[in-house]
Design a protein around this ligand. Sequence first.
Ligand code: CP
Length: 305
Amino acid sequence: MEKKHLLGIENLKKEEIEEILETSKSFIEISKRPIKKVPVLRGKTVVNLFFEPSTRTRSSFEIAAKRLSADVMNFSSSVSSVRKGESLKDTVLNLEAMKTDLIIIRHSFSGAAKFLTTFCSSSVVNAGDGTHEHPTQALLDGMTVLEKKGRLDGLKVVIVGDILHSRVARSDIFLFSKMGSKVVISGPPTLIPGYFRGFPVEIDYNLDRALENADVVIMLRLQKERMQGGFFPSVREYRQKYQLTPERLIRTKPDAIVMHPGPINRGIELSSDVADSGRSVILEQVEKGVAVRMAVLSLLLGGER
Ligand code: CP
């Protein structure tokens, strides 16, 4: 891959996505070895720069970098000089002065990762910027589907819930449509504004209808932290119309898989019966995340396998 940064899926070519997924396959095996370490990025310094909470992405990038033998610095804004008013740019310039090679950033500002590329000499990876994109989540979602279904083209992928605030939804829409899947988005009209008609998707506000013959169902969390004002009358009504229950799952293909980027609001978008069922591949998504992030770090830093 010739790119220096990974900012989103929208600007990746299909061939580049294929290359990352192919490289990820070869990294799965390393995490199953007794000694889970290869010297691919020995001597490289990777910074995990998180301005928003994270369980999966942050730890997965850390594990991925360590398994590639890179040195990893974890930065948390809540215990840094950001609390004293230091700007994002000054923070990054000071960290770069320690000779970093790659910066992974999560920030509430859509465009934060791209902003870093305007003054950074390190590679930049977007680990989620506002409501814009979360590219490695989409890549690990693609990888999970590829393993379960053997292909991405020709599948019906239904993405359900808070589409408006979801960077995962946007990255997934770009990835699955580029790879030849049919993408359907479903949720309350207030959470699927009109501009989504310009995306390569079909919109169906009726979840029961949207689920018909689905191969893959991706449930999204209601992102209350990004909501100002009411987007639906009540959580009770949201559950009635958009919660994925065993009764609703019957509408999909019998071998359809259920995915969720996490964290799950159990009992709201997803019933525990479904989340913990054999159809759920949620923890497999997390497992794939390590391999995908190893692939991304190694491709961007030019490490040899
Ligand atoms: N999927 C995801 O981004 O989870 P975290 O917020 O825990 O990183």
